[in-house]
Design a protein around this ligand. Structure first.
Ligand SMILES: [Zn+2]
Ligand SMILES: [Zn+2]
Ligand SMILES: [Zn+2]
Length: 386
């Protein structure tokens, strides 16, 4: 949907207002300045200039008074993607890719639920808060976040939203590296499973853009990973070897996991590197929990994949018996879970919680991070450090 409160927060993704501090302001609205100095002005220590608000155009769209571009509604969602490419784009924009990921409107369970719960625990959104979901995908996390009264705007490069998300959540198509919102428009933001898909400049851009979107007391929650591992990660690698081996005999479907990770750029080298990137964007990491997946590796990556593959095989046999060519195994896998499966999923999710409760302090690559905007004084100190 596109609510009135979203409309008043929308802005041109690539145009900056003339006003700012002494180093990022310009004399007047001039699109040549947006083209030539965007990155430098956006990353200014003062938090950067606001973006240019859009106005209704003569047609059905919204027009930018600076670059004169018109942004149009597609299937009820504004497409605010920059015209020129900002950097490399990821496979997530590819429709085929989404087809492979089998997104269904199921309740959030297993590791997806662990991430959602951790977001709620660390970001602590209050009822009525307006949150930004950076890279919202199908909109499942956005729907989860609205359950306790927060309002959410979801943004993604690819418009493969669930029908329920289209009906209940404000959605925008756009690029995370050029966010189409006014300054300080949000009381919080979160970014799950996204940063690992970007190169280093991409991560930097997203953090700078997110920083401008946040109100001074707002927080940014991220789930991503640095290229580190703990001793516990060896256990996970062992389980992955077993899954890979079973995949060779057709006992698990290894294809899906391979696809999901196929476009990872993994630009974050270490937690110090991430803290430095955040610092350059005016954000400070104020809390970090690690995600060592021991229970998840056994339950979700091995046992459930074995079970799913057996279920798919049974589906194929039943299909053959009925000689109903339209009902394929993948179709069966995409159906919503039944009630029994949801209960079992909830119980297994409780077990998966132990990974965070028992091992959340053991330093490893995957992590949940909470970031806060720095004050001007903090930024000045940060700038003074070597
Ligand atoms: Zn400035
Ligand atoms: Zn402009
Ligand atoms: Zn513009």
């Amino acid at each position: 949907m596109t609510s009135a409160s979203l409309l008043e927060r929308l802005a041109c993704p690539v145009c900056l207002e003339p006003s700012g501090c002494a180093s990022c302001s310009v004399a007047e609205r001039d699109h040549a300045q947006c083209l030539a100095r965007y990155s430098e002005r956006a990353a200014c220590g003062c938090g950067g200039p606001d973006k240019v608000p859009l106005r209704a155009s003569a047609g059905a769209g919204l027009e930018c008074p600076c670059c004169r571009r018109t942004y149009v509604l597609r299937d009820g969602v504004y497409d605010l993607t920059p015209q020129a490419s900002v950097g490399e784009s990821t496979l997530y924009a590819d429709h085929e890719f989404h087809e492979h990921l089998d997104v269904v409107d199921n309740p959030l369970l297993l590791s997806a639920r662990i991430k959602a719960d951790q977001m709620r625990r660390m970001l602590r959104p209050a009822a009525g808060d307006l949150l930004l979901d950076l890279g919202c995908g199908s909109g499942r996390f956005a729907l989860f976040a609205t359950e306790r009264g927060a309002r959410v705007v979801g943004l993604d490069l690819a418009p493969y939203f669930l029908p329920r998300a289209r009906a209940q959540v404000d959605l925008v198509v756009g690029d995370l590296r050029r966010l189409p919102f006014r300054k300080a428009a949000f009381a919080g933001a979160y970014c799950l499973d996204v940063l690992e898909h970007l190169d280093e400049q991409g991560v930097r851009d997203v953090l700078v853009e997110a920083r401008r979107m946040l109100q001074p007391s707002a927080r940014l929650f991220v789930y991503t990973h640095a290229m580190e591992s703990s001793a516990l990660a060896r256990f996970q690698r062992g389980v992955n070897h077993v899954a890979h081996w079973l995949g060779r005999y057709g006992l698990v479907n290894a294809e899906r996991e391979r696809l999901r990770k196929s476009d990872h750029r993994n630009a974050i080298r270490s937690h110090e590197h991430f803290a430095a990137l955040a610092g350059q964007a005016g954000l400070r990491v104020i809390e970090r929990r690690y995600y060592n997946v021991v229970f998840k590796a056994v339950i979700e990556d091995l046992l459930l994949r074995l079970y799913e593959q057996r279920r798919a095989a049974r589906g194929r046999n039943a299909t053959r018996a009925k000689s109903n060519a339209a009902e394929t195994a993948s179709g069966a896998a995409r159906r919503p879970y039944g009630r029994g499966a949801v209960v079992v999923g909830q119980l297994l999710t409780l077990l998966l919680q132990l990974d965070v409760q028992l091992f959340g302090r053991i330093r490893t690559g995957p992590f949940f991070g909470l970031l806060a905007p720095m004050s001007r004084d903090e930024r000045r100190q940060e700038g003074a450090q070597p």
